[in-house]
Design a protein around this ligand. Structure first.
Ligand SMILES: [Zn+2]
Length: 443
């Protein structure tokens, strides 16, 4: 029998498909043609039908859909560790905003984003969802290294010049749409920063623009107690209710954080089919609070996982984030049964894909989906012995256990070596940028 030629076969691994049945295939193999999965099954079956130009031996490791980081500010990695251990207000207004004004430009946005993309691929992320400035540079960095992502200009537009700022951001968004129109990896979002940093008009008009262009609308929501109490005091409603009065909440809205929620807020999010990007480590580090994830899940609200920026985390390692998500929910509820390892792994993969509206394309390993997958090296003392794959991936594995990564059918990392960038050049550039920042910091 003539075999079908595939571009790539990954074999000799245990496949966790994360499909609807959570099917697991021992001694599995996956055949990839161009950017898609064309076959998945036991290695013997796949070998009878397919041969491939390139074969990757998973050596008994786990083959998993790539992790989906639903909330990032990639270029902020140039500020990693610069302002820790302080309240969000002070962190943002006295540290991050002035630093951004002075040091975020095209050059730092590109190298900071590339640094983050490298860190993400090296720790198992294959798709991100970013909000920041100079996003064209972020898109360029992502395409260079070969990672998939949603990018969008962060919109801070309140007060007298709100409309002018929005108009500028709108044209930047149109530029992004044109620049990445044919991109296999990059798509665009409309991203007002929060209900309190954008005027009602800008929140509404940007939603209208997102609708017209069928784009995801991404916003920070109910992150801090201050936001919650300010809205109650000033408007007599929660920030969720406020956004609902502006009619910007729907199935194409992704809200990051959602920590401070009234009972009715959860009902509103559920009724409007709003998706949530849960960022437990950032919420812990900034002392913001604990998002009621177990309640979201119980109510059928779609929850993805996000690291937030490297300045408030301080890494982009989704394995570490998964562990935090599972543990934090247990301690918050004084109940070890909530947010199980199985649920957590779904949150970091297929549920994240749903949060981004991309579940038809990614989030699980199934025929016809994009070939975005990672191979975990299980031959490590901290992953031995193996009784439960889900348990190991959430509670024991680290980002550095990811050995190989395939995104859009392309091997972007093999045996922990990134294929598309010169790491030493990137490290040098980031060091140069950080030297300027630390001079200023000491002045
Ligand atoms: Zn954020």
């Amino acid at each position: 029998m003539v075999k079908i030629r595939a571009d790539l076969i990954i074999h000799n691994g245990t496949i966790l498909t994360i499909d609807d049945e959570d099917s697991v295939i021992e001694n599995g193999a996956i055949a990839i043609e161009s950017d898609r999965i064309v076959a998945i099954g036991e290695e013997d079956e796949i070998r009878i039908k397919f041969s491939a130009t390139k074969n990757i031996n998973a050596r008994g490791g786990i083959i998993l859909p790539g992790l989906i980081n639903t909330h990032t500010h990639l270029a902020m990695s140039i500020f990693r560790g610069i302002a820790d251990d302080m309240p969000l207000d002070e962190w943002l207004n006295k540290n991050i905003f002035p630093l951004e004004d002075e040091f975020i430009n095209k050059n730092s946005a590109y190298w900071g984003s590339l640094l983050s993309c490298a860190e993400m691929i090296l720790s198992g992320t294959t798709t991100f969802c970013d909000m920041y400035f100079f996003e064209k540079e972020t898109g360029r960095a992502a395409e260079k290294i070969g990672i998939r992502g949603i990018i969008g200009e962060g919109i801070v537009a309140i007060g007298e010049s709100d409309k002018a700022i929005w108009n500028n951001k709108k044209s930047l968004t149109i530029e992004l749409l044109n620049k990445f129109k044919k991109s296999e990896l990059i798509s665009i979002g409309v991203e007002p920063h929060s209900p309190y940093t954008c005027s009602a008009d800008v929140l509404r008009e940007s939603k209208q623009f997102a609708k017209e262009n069928k784009l995801l609308y991404i916003i920070h929501l109910a992150e801090t107690k201050k936001e919650f109490t300010d809205f109650e005091r000033e408007r007599g409603m929660t920030s969720v209710e406020y956004l609902d009065t502006l009619s910007v909440l729907d199935e194409n809205t992704l809200s990051a954080h959602c920590v401070w929620m009234s009972k009715d807020d959860i009902k509103v999010l559920k009724a409007r089919h709003v998706k949530i990007a849960h960022c437990p480590q950032s919420n812990m580090k900034l002392g913001s609070g604990i998002a009621p994830v177990a309640k979201f899940l119980k109510n059928g609200v779609t929850v993805g996982l996000g690291t937030d920026g490297a300045a408030s985390n301080n890494t982009l390692d989704m394995f570490s984030e998964m562990k935090s998500a599972a543990l934090l929910a247990k301690v918050a509820n004084l109940d070890p049964c909530v947010v199980s390892s199985r649920e957590t792994l779904r949150i970091a993969t297929i549920e994240g894909a749903k949060a981004l509206g991309k579940e038809q394309e990614m989030g699980s390993l199934e025929i016809g989906k994009k070939a975005d997958l990672i191979v975990i090296d299980m031959d490590k003392p901290h992953l031995m012995p193996v009784y439960d794959y889900y348990s190991h991936l959430v509670y024991s594995a680290k980002g550095s256990d990811v050995k190989t990564s395939v995104i859009n059918g392309e091997i972007v990392m093999e045996n922990r070596k990134l294929k598309n960038i010169d790491m030493s050049e990137m490290m040098k550039k980031v060091k140069m940028i950080s030297k300027k920042i630390s001079k200023k910091d000491k002045a």
